[in-house]
Structure formats: C-alpha cells, structure tokens
Design a protein around this ligand. Sequence first.
Ligand code: SAM
Ligand code: SF4
Length: 364
Amino acid sequence: MSEKINILLNKQTLTKNDLSYLLSLKNEERDFFLRGVGNKYVETLGKKVFFRGLVEFSNYCTKDCYYCGIRKSNSNAERYEIDDKAIVEAAIFAHENKYGSLVLQAGERSDTAFTERITKLLKEIKSVTKGELGITISLGEQSEETYQEWFDAGAHRYLLRIESSKRDLYYQIHPEDKKHDFETRINCLKTLQKIGYQTGTGVMIGLPFQSYDDLAEDLLFFKSMNVDMVGMGPFIEHTETPLYEHKDALWPIQRRFDVSLNMIAALRLLMPDINIAAATALQAIDPMGREKALRYGANVIMPNITPTANRKDYTLYENKPCTDEGAEDCSNCLGIRVEMAGREIGYNEWGDSKHFFKRQNKKK
Ligand code: SAM
Ligand code: SF4
C-alpha cells in the first residue's frame, strides 16, 4: 500500500482518482502520506512560514450563505463594526511585531460608503507603516472598479473562497439568487487575477452532501484557475444557520479535520509553489490543528489581531478559538507553536506566492 502512495508522491500529474484516493486515506497509510508530503515540501519550499495579522473588522453582512453564523438573516448575531482608528492601530501592531502582512476581513458590503472607507483605510495603513506592511483583503464579491480602486490603494492579495467548485453543491449551501451567483464568484476570481492581485480561493471541507470526489474536483479547480493562494478548512456547523438541519448527515468532526489535512497535503503535491494557509477553523477542532497543517503543506498562518472585545462576535461557527485572548498573547503562543511544528517564521517578510511571480513571468 505504501508503495502506491510512494508512486503518487512522485507522480507528475495527479488525476481525480489519485486525489480522491489520497483524501480518503486513514491510519498508518495516511500518516505515511502526510509525512511524505511534509518532507518533500521542506526540501522544495524550505521551513519558512509567514504571518498575516488577521483583523475581522465587521460582521455586518448583506448576504445569506446557509452555513455562516453572521449571515444577514441571523437576527441573534450581535453586530459590530471596528472603527478606523482601531483598525489602523491593529495594523501598527502587526508592523511593530514584524508580522510582515495584514489581512482585513469582514462580512460582504458593496455600498459606496463602505468601498470608499476601505480605500481610505488601505491608504492610511500603507502610509503609517511606510509601505512596509503587505495587505491582503477578503471582502467578498465587488465590481471590477472597486477591486481596482482597492488595488491602487495598496492591497495586493485577495482571498475569495469558491466554497465549493461543484455548481450543484454551491447552490445547496447558498440561496439560488442574483446575490449568490456561482458564475459571478468565478468571474470575480478572474477579474482579481486580471487586475494583478495575488489571488486566493478555497473551500470548506466536510459540507453536507460533499464527497471525496467533489473535494478532488475542488483541488483540480484550484489548479485550472491557476490561483496563487488557497485557504481551506473544515466546515463547522452553526446552530443558527439553515445548514444546521443537516447536522446528522455530516462526517464526524474528527474526520472533517483529518480530511482537511489530507486536502492541504494533496494540494501541496498538486501545486508546490502556491501559498497555503492553515485555517483558523482547524484550531477550533484540535488545539494544535494549525501547526499540524504547517507540518503537512501549509506555509501561512493568520494570527488573530482583532481587538479582543469584538472577537467573540465574529462567530462564523461555534467554539471559535482565541476569542478571549489579546493579540500579544496570541502572537507569543503562535511563535512557540510554529517552532514546535519544526518551522521558522519569516519575520518582516510579505511571504508572497512564488507561483504568482512565475505566472507573471509567463505572461510577459
Ligand atoms: N464575507 C467574505 C466572504 O464570504 O468571502 C469574507 C468573510 S467570510 C466569513 C470568510 C470565510 O469564512 C468564508 O469564505 C467561509 O468559507 C468561512 N466560513 C463561514 N462559515 C463557516 C463555517 N460554518 N465553517 C467553516 N468556515 C466558515
Ligand atoms: Fe457573509 Fe461571507 Fe458569511 Fe457569506 S460567508 S454570510 S458573505 S460573511
């Protein structure tokens, strides 16, 4: 059996069947596969991992994704909005603590007051950090003009998960309407690439109705879209969302966690030079979840630096980790955890996707 895994570890082009097989591995075979990828990845990419200070600055959202605790129709969600001053302070914290980069994330809004506010914020963060802090944003679907305006203001990476690349499944987890249109989401990814963003996407793992074959197709989708970064993690059900009614059909939570690590490792084989983030949702299941992801293929970790008072309200799913710690506690504990995973932190580095530069060079 490990002979078959050895062949796949060294195979040039992995097929859907190969990937499905790797995703379904359990026990000793799975350990063999994960360790194999871990060793191979250190040989090619090195030990460095990069920090992105994560600020979840608002949980107001105009959309109604069936899985998300901060969806518009959840009237029990306590809404919050962090003011610009506190966001800029968080950016300064990231800069002073040598994080290299910042991620700004929030519920989706596209009104002018919001888009203009973001433009102003991006410029201010760039200015107070002397252009040294890299900025990733994750603010959902926007018009090409807005994406361009934010790019010009200083954001250079964008995360927009496709959530599932299988159209049918996409509509089982989103309302089927203009605001949640599958093709629009794919077009947004293409627009981001056209503008020049390092473009990231991702999926949730262990959704109701999802199979290993679907997940294998997701990996092939990332490759066909030629993305530069991927952030993916386990689906964790939230009681106040429509998907909760399918809770009994879900894989056990440990299986969702294990398959998430398998996905990360399989993606590292498939796309050796992209950035892969160790999703926070991994830590909600296993206290060492993100560090395990770093061992088996992830090279980006996003310490939460959202001001503590608001963290508990950004509850996409329940039992979200680190909601009661200050940013500094979080960065100290992360540094130790990264070392325990046998990795080194690339302090003060943007840690851009190598794949992005190769893609750009090919275009020339
Ligand atoms: N609103 C933006 C968007 O949707 O792209 C950015 C913020 S959104 C909260 C970030 C990610 O959280 C989503 O892409 C989704 O994959 C993830 N998420 C939401 N609910 C989740 C859940 N119940 N379990 C795991 N991940 C979840
Ligand atoms: Fe809003 Fe993003 Fe949650 Fe969807 S996943 S409801 S867009 S915050």
